[in-house]
Design a protein around this ligand. Sequence first.
Ligand code: ADP
Ligand code: MG
Length: 258
Amino acid sequence: MTESAETPVIAIHDLHKSYGSLEVLKGVDLLAPRGHVVSLIGSSGSGKSTLLRCCNLLEDSQQGEIRFEGEPVRWKGQGLGRHPADRAQVTRMRTNLSMVFQQFNLWSHLTILQNVMEAPVTVMKRDPKEVEIKAREYLAKVGIADKADAWPAMLSGGQQQRAAIARALCMEPRALLFDEPTSALDPELEQEVIKVIKALADEGRTMILVTHDMKLAADVSDHVIFLHLGKIEEQGPPAALFGAPKTDRLRGFLSAGS
Ligand code: ADP
Ligand code: MG
């Protein structure tokens, strides 16, 4: 391995992604250095979710380069995950870059503890006893240790999302990918999730965060990328992007969103 402290966890270069004839990513670059938080902002339909999903191979892509800790990630262009070698790679990417979705996506037939333990035990084949200890630690970390034996439907949206974050953490991933993690929550519940995301940023976790919450992006990010129709329109440190936007598009986006 040529991995060093400087090797980004994820490095994407010139990524192109189409759905049929619709090109939704038109040559996008993204670097997520270890310990950094990169936020993706932009209007609905600009390609934020698609870019995030390409990072951990939830989607394949047609052209460009994806490196995970310096190693090129192969894909077949079509039918990603069918070939056994692809399947192994897909599993590796999804467990190392674990994702938190807008709609939580907890298994309704599993308790909160079982949800958190599921992937490490069944996919990663870890020892259930050790996983349970870790799972309870992560539930405590996100403030819902007392909900271990509850069913997802018994929890508030904010608690469900914190359970989903504990589930992502329990895979002990190299980076966390968040896709609009607070968008489905009422404002008062948003804050409890924001608090957890800020704590994770403070402890130096590598994260890519898609968010409509410009205050959150400004608070936690080392780098912000503004996507417009599948291209990077502007990027930089949050103080520059939010304090002194250069393009009319970003200025327009920021004033419309606030
Ligand atoms: P964002 O997350 O920024 O709102 P998306 O990445 O979800 O944007 O979508 C980018 C574009 O890709 C949109 O035009 C959307 O309609 C299209 N798109 C997303 N997913 C699919 C899909 N599975 N099939 C076809 N088009 C899609
Ligand atoms: Mg989206």
